[in-house]
Design a protein around this ligand. Structure first.
Ligand code: PLP
Length: 286
């Protein structure tokens, strides 16, 4: 596949960065993953805006405009269109390569900009009987207090994901020290209770997921389901009728097992099907 690195296109296997790159040494960078289905992106501009906000939050000076980012990423996808019909684009900006390993932000260092594409699955069917079901474990969220920044420093997330994986589950569902739901180790989370779709408030404890945003906006525009953003306790999660996890690669995935017990009646819920239909009908508008 063709990758982009600091203005040059080259085979991914040939792309090289310095071991003194601060992304490598400190995880000092921001990243995004954007899905393209048959060349059409989902949430491209919101992804780019989140990336620009993240760069500003950690004072990485990257002068590309949103339109320049869009052109770059669309172009990279076009160059890789022979790989697969559906591609994810990974884009990563680190603070750059310094001449020494020193914590303070270096002056006059150019950020490292790297992007590559990889094949992604077809969207799941909007069908309760056919969609892939997820199982999770719950565990206390031991990441940092800046989870709203999409940092490349993912060790906290990786450790939590592994807790889920090594216990034979697909993901880990995280809660804070007050027993309140935050998110999954690589996804946002929603519950459904008595027909109401509920997701935790957007604050420093969770990533501002683009899929989360698209779901909230499209469900509100549609108007047939009630939607709430508020604190969600783990007691509520355990008594929920449905549990969903959301991300650019999973879209809206139904979770039917949590800590070895069925969620609701243990089957994919009818609210999932309605919400996923609405999302599927409108996702390319974002
Ligand atoms: N939360 C975390 C920790 C993530 O890593 C991700 C995505 O990878 C998400 C939420 C979902 O974000 P998005 O919908 O923008 O992909």
């Amino acid at each position: 596949s063709i990758s982009y690195l600091n203005g040059e296109y080259q085979p991914l296997s040939e792309a090289r960065i310095s071991p003194l790159d601060r992304g490598f040494l400190f995880g000092d960078g921001i990243y995004e993953v954007i899905p393209y289905y048959n060349g059409k992106s989902v949430g491209l501009m919101p992804h780019i805006e989140r990336m620009i906000n993240g760069l500003a939050a950690i004072e990485i000076k990257c002068t590309k405009t949103a339109d320049e980012w869009k052109a770059l990423l669309d172009d990279l996808v076009a160059r890789n269109s022979d790989l697969a019909a559906n591609l994810g684009v990974y884009v990563h900006i680190s603070r750059g390569t310094d001449v020494k390993r020193y914590h303070a932000y270096p002056e006059n260092v150019e950020p490292t900009v790297f992007a590559f594409t990889f094949p992604i699955k077809d969207p799941e069917p909007v069908d309760r009987a056919k969609v892939t079901q997820y199982s999770m474990i719950s565990t206390e969220d031991l990441r940092w207090q800046r989870c709203h920044i999409k940092s490349t420093a993912l060790l906290g997330n990786v450790i939590h994901f592994q807790e889920g994986y090594s216990s034979g589950n697909d993901e880990a569902l995280l809660y804070n020290a007050d027993g309140e739901l935050t998110e999954g180790s690589s996804c946002n989370a929603f519950i459904v209770k008595d027909g109401v779709v509920i997701t935790p408030i957007q604050d420093n404890q969770i990533l501002p997921g683009i899929t989360r945003r698209i779901i909230l906006d499209s469900l509100r525009a549609d108007g047939s389901l009630k939607v709430e953003e508020r604190v969600v306790t783990m007691d509520e999660v355990r008594n929920a009728d449905e549990l969903w996890i959301t991300s650019s690669s999973k879209e809206i995935a139904p979770v039917t097992q949590l800590d070895g017990k069925p969620v609701g009646n243990g089957e994919v819920g009818e609210v999932w099907e309605k919400a996923f239909q609405i999302y599927t009908d409108t996702k390319y508008d974002f």
